[in-house]
Ligand binder design. Structure first.
Ligand SMILES: Nc1ncnc2c1ncn2[C@@H]1O[C@H](COP(=O)(O)OP(=O)(O)OP(=O)(O)O)[C@@H](O)[C@H]1O
Ligand SMILES: [Mg+2]
Length: 167
């Protein structure tokens, strides 16, 4: 039995079958990539596995247990982690709380409750230079992070001679 199995998985958007009758099996410990041209259905498949979207047809199983029909948080609690191409903070939360949210999930023991997760965020804050997260909202923090970055070598603009010469 596969660790993660899909059988006849289909997702339609109106008349468009973004994922059409897809079956595959991933064994435990196996690392696989999914490739295909733009619009091939890669993101849609990841959305189906992580339950952000419901399947139109077919079934997905994790360790032999059907996960189609579960809510995204239920699938996450079973151990399916998902990252996004564009990482966005939870804007209503402080930077400290955003880091704590990251510490709450993805633990083999089912995750940290709020207080230990906040303690982990404080640990990370101390490692990054104490007090940098505290009370700050993500937008302001990302601005100050740019200001705090040490100056690096100048990045040539697309029109600069060195870039043009090497293109
Ligand atoms: N929410 C949606 N509503 C309608 N059509 C959608 C939706 N999401 C994706 N599609 C369509 O489904 C098809 C598959 O899209 P998907 O984003 O999964 O492709 P992809 O392989 O991830 O592409 P890319 O390489 O550009 O990221 C595309 O034709 C896309 O326009
Ligand atoms: Mg995509």
């Amino acid at each position: 039995m596969g660790f993660l199995e899909a059988e006849g998985v289909t997702r339609r958007f109106g008349g468009l079958a973004a994922v059409d009758d897809l079956s595959f099996e991933v064994r435990e410990g196996e690392i696989l990539g999914i490739i295909g041209p733009n619009g091939a259905g890669k993101t849609t498949l990841l959305n189906l596995i992580s339950a952000l979207l419901p399947v139109t047809a077919g079934a997905i199983q994790l360790r032999g247990r059907p996960i189609t029909g579960l809510a995204p948080h239920e699938v996450a609690h079973l151990g399916v982690a998902r990252t996004f191409q564009i990482v966005k903070p939870l804007k209503g939360l402080s930077v400290r709380e955003n880091v704590a949210v990251g510490a709450m999930f993805g633990q083999s023991d089912g995750g940290r409750p709020t207080r230990p997760a906040l303690a982990k965020a404080d640990q990370e804050d101390a490692a990054a230079g104490a007090g940098r997260f505290h009370g700050k909202l993500p937008d302001r923090q990302s601005g100050s992070r740019h200001q705090a970055s040490p100056p690096g070598p100048p990045i040539p603009s697309p029109s600069s001679p060195s870039r043009t010469a090497s293109a």
